[in-house]
Ligand binder design. Structure first.
Ligand code: FES
Length: 81
């Protein structure tokens, strides 16, 4: 039996180029998982992160990570090495 908590959601696996990104934290964006500015007027702010090289990242979607915006395995997922 898997330890995966499917109720918590799975991370979003995505390959990104070097650069600065803003992970939506309000859920209103029409460009998820990235911020499109729709948080204006709410208490939420996007989570900024920068990548130095093109790489595959795992963006938390359960909201329980301690390393936002990246998955830390709280949902039960273990990113491949
Ligand atoms: S649109 Fe959701 S945080 Fe900006």
């Amino acid at each position: 039996m898997s330890d995966m908590n499917t109720d918590a959601g799975m991370p979003i696996a995505i390959i990104l180029d070097p650069g600065t990104y803003f992970r939506c934290s309000c859920g209103r964006s029409e460009n998820l998982p990235f911020c499109d500015g729709r948080h204006q007027g709410s208490k939420h702010l996007p989570v900024r992160f920068t990548l130095e090289q093109r790489q595959k990242v795992y963006i938390c979607s359960c909201g329980n990570t301690t390393t936002p915006p990246f998955c830390d395995g709280k949902c039960g997922f273990t990113p491949p090495e």
